[in-house]
Design a protein around this ligand. Structure first.
Ligand code: NAG
Length: 588
């Protein structure tokens, strides 16, 4: 039973009525062609008459390009019998799973309203460009100029029931010519998670064949990046290098970059039956597995990896935040996408082993002022390994590492590890706590706390120690010793984990936590046209806007807020697995 905050419910209900008049009440439980999670790729799931038209292909056909380092044999996509995995979602009961109460419904519509405001301004001022600048109402193109915001937002449009908008945007996505760009190359990771992930999930939800054809076209381009002497891709796919056979893997690349293409390439292999996509990422899996014990912190991989020499020894920094995050996130998610079939054990093994070390070395309890009834909170810090002293944990929190709550919750459910459910809840609640701590209602990008001793969880608050270590500055809430990077750039990871915690536990109070976060974001990021990254979450009153609205605002942040206020069988985690850009792929 939700705790209803009446003071908020009244204006919200008025808003709900207005929105109802504007948009109607329909939300799509995205036509699950069949609720069974066990269909093979060959079974046709989608029968509706296509509404999109594939008019012409991109100007350059990458699947016909010469491969300079062809592979001798392809690792096949696991095609054996799927395993019946444990349920991820709480058993909500049929009525609850399909229906919203009035307060939740009003909140859902408030999120949709924020989405529509942002989307309308994107269409008006930045249509077909990568991003809207939400203060100056102009456009910019950091991702090749292939309409990143639009492609990234397709599945959110679908979920929100904005079907006419969906079909118009999806047609525009199908019409993109990926050979046309001002750039000499693309960021392989970003293009994979945003564009390829966006096209694949739009296909999985709508069943429109043209979207899959477009995904194949883009997939073939991105697949070209693997054409290096050791089949490890570089950070950039540089078109001329690819055409001339002179691509090489990077020597100091973020460990998450080449390792977080596995879900997208696996889904593409499942949908096309073409093993070449799976083979590409399976070589990276094999590399990760063979080096897991070789790093300076055995069990984890460092922030940066030398993919050219395939060494994990040239970096002493270990984190699950920036640079490394989705490497870990994708381990349990790959197991889920492969439905535990023979061939997916390696992902379970790597997940279990890495989370052992993450639990022991990376996760900490912060020293905070707490009431006995407050839930336990945890954060994920950064470890530096020094020759003499060994591993040293810095109690630094990052918005990016907030995804980890969701990872532990998913892994805990799928692999039946109770302890991980507890850790996942602590991490998710830590991020919720940090949002509530700041006057803007939003947590900073990077900050430092004081850690409790490992054997003294929920340690006593020590005011003197806090002040001694840099706390007590008027702008900093209790517990924090700095906000090293005080921005909030509309990131999703905190609400992502709160959303997953809600779906896993069914605890209605989490919807209030989410609503407080949403109100904080609305209050501190709103511009005349949309919502903007802000310079400093520690200020009282008006925030400084940085005129940036990355595509993940529509693809992830607002989607997770929308989903936590939707009936829990909308994008059930038992039917879908979400990529690191919140694009749902159907579990088959
Ligand atoms: C691209 O090349 C492949 C391989 O030669 C071919 O099968 C495919 O039909 C081509 N696609 C287009 C659109 O020309």
């Amino acid at each position: 039973m939700a705790v209803i905050r009446r003071s908020r419910a009244a204006p919200l209900l008025a808003l709900a009525v207005t929105l109802f008049l504007l948009f109607g009440l329909e939300y799509s439980v995205p036509e699950p062609a069949s609720s069974s999670s066990h269909q093979t790729a060959t079974q046709k799931q989608h029968k509706p008459k296509p509404r999109l038209h594939f008019t012409s292909s991109s100007g350059f056909n990458w699947s016909a390009a010469e491969q300079w380092y062809p592979v001798e044999s392809l690792a096949p996509l696991p095609r054996g019998r799927p395993v019946q995995l444990p349920r991820v979602q709480h058993n909500f009961g049929t009525h609850h799973a399909r229906n919203n109460g009035a307060v939740t419904e009003a909140r859902r519509l408030a999120v949709k309203d924020a989405f529509v405001r942002s989307w309308e301004s994107y269409k008006r001022f930045a249509w077909l460009e990568d991003e809207l600048t939400p203060v100056t109402a102009a456009a910019k193109n950091p991702f090749g100029g292939w309409a990143a915001t639009m492609v990234d937002a397709l599945d959110t449009l679908w979920m929100m029931g904005l079907k006419d908008e969906f079909y118009a945007a999806a047609q525009a996505a199908v019409d993109i010519d990926f050979s046309k760009t001002e750039e000499s190359g693309v960021n392989l990771f970003e293009t994979t998670i945003r564009h390829l992930g966006g096209l694949l999930s739009a296909y999985d939800l709508s069943g429109e064949p043209a979207l899959l054809r477009k995904a194949v076209e883009l997939g073939d381009m991105l697949h070209m990046a693997f054409d290096t002497p050791n089949r490890m891709p570089g950070f950039w796919l540089t078109f001329e290098n690819a055409k001339n056979g002179i691509q090489k893997a990077g020597t100091h690349d973020p460990s998450a970059a080449p390792t977080s293409m596995s879900l997208e390439f696996t889904r593409l292999a499942q949908l096309t039956g073409d093993d070449k996509y799976y083979d590409a990422i399976d070589r990276i899996r094999a590399f990760l597995e063979s080096t897991q014990e070789e790093s300076l912190l055995p069990g984890m991989w460092p922030s940066q990896i030398n993919f050219a020499s395939q060494s994990v020894l040239n970096d002493n920094t270990f984190t699950i935040g920036a640079l490394a995050d989705s490497l870990y996130e994708y381990l349990p998610k790959m197991f889920v996408l492969l439905s535990g079939r023979e061939g997916s054990e390696s992902y379970e093994k790597m997940y279990r082993r890495s989370t052992e070390i993450i639990s022991d070395r990376i996760i900490f309890s912060p020293m905070i002022k707490r009431q006995p009834t407050d839930p336990s909170i945890l954060f994920a810090g950064t470890v530096y390994v020094h020759d003499e002293a060994g591993p040293h944990l810095i109690a630094e929190g990052q918005h990016l590492s907030c995804f980890a709550g969701g990872m532990f919750l998913l892994g805990g459910k799928i692999f039946g590890i109770k302890e991980h459910l507890k850790i996942g809840e602590g991490l998710a609640r830590g991020c919720g706590w940090a949002y509530a701590a700041f006057p803007t209602g939003v947590m900073p990008e990077i900050f430092n706390l004081i850690k409790c001793a490992p054997n003294d969880e929920e340690c006593e608050w020590d005011e003197a120690r806090w002040k001694n270590e840099g706390g007590g500055n008027a702008r900093l809430p209790s517990g924090f010793i700095n906000a090293r990077d005080p921005r909030y750039i509309l990131r999703p990871e905190a609400i992502e984990s709160i959303f997953i915690l809600y779906r896993v536990t069914g605890n209605e109070e989490l919807r209030d936590v989410a609503w407080d976060m949403f109100e904080g974001i609305m209050k501190s990021t709103r511009t005349e046209y949309a919502y903007s990254a802000i310079a400093d979450v520690t200020v009282e009153g008006e925030t400084r806007k940085d005129d940036s609205m990355e595509s993940f605002w529509l693809a992830e942040t607002l989607k997770y807020f929308y989903l936590i206020f939707s009936p829990p069988d909308v994008i059930s985690l038992d039917d879908y697995v979400l990529n690191t850009e919140a694009h749902p792929f159907k579990r088959t």
